[in-house]
Design a protein around this ligand. Structure first.
Ligand code: HEC
Length: 141
């Protein structure tokens, strides 16, 4: 079930990303670029949590290469999506150091498509799927 959903979500990501994903090899890695512009300061270039912002954070960013390993070998797609999107998942205790990217991407979508009709949720999903695809590829074996 979990694997089925993950495959389904990736299939959807491929449909949404379509040609963008196919061109990724030539035009650069969308998920990796996304990670490097939004996540690297806290999670580090190697995804292991040693980013430049570390000293300013209350919580230590977890090692993002261990997500599957810590979840019995299965990439925890829904949880990771929820954490990145942030609009669904609210931490019951403490403050939230991890930014709410769902909102950030929605603002970016509005800037990007300012004069045409667009689906803000599809835009947000596309960005998050690209990131998740990158994280999934970077999992420790
Ligand atoms: C301002 C620092 C900061 C930035 C930028 C940041 N994170 Fe985080 N992230 C954290 C912290 C700290 C945690 C630990 C949980 C918490 O305290 O909220 C975390 C947790 C996570 C988790 C949860 C891991 C788990 O085991 O549940 C994921 C996944 C994640 N981050 C991915 C990302 C991605 C992808 C980006 C870029 C879009 C990003 N983070 C940007 C600080 C950050």
């Amino acid at each position: 079930m979990k694997i089925g959903r993950l495959a389904g979500a990736f299939a959807l990501a491929m449909t949404l990303g379509g040609a963008r994903t196919a061109m990724a090899a030539e035009k650069g890695d969308i998920g990796k670029n996304e990670y490097q512009s939004n996540c690297i300061l806290c999670h580090g270039a190697d995804l292991k949590g040693g980013g430049a912002y570390l000293e300013f954070l209350k919580a230590t960013p977890p090692d993002l290469t261990q997500l599957s390993k810590k979840n019995g070998g299965v990439f925890p797609f829904e949880r990771v999506y929820g954490v990145i999107d942030g609009r669904q998942e609210v931490k019951p205790h403490g403050t939230r150091d991890m930014p709410i990217w769902g909102k950030d991407y929605q603002v970016k979508a509005a800037e990007y498509y300012f004069d045409i009709n667009y689906d803000a949720n599809a835009y947000v999903r596309g960005r998050i799927f690209a990131l998740i695809d990158y994280l999934n590829r970077m999992q420790a074996k």
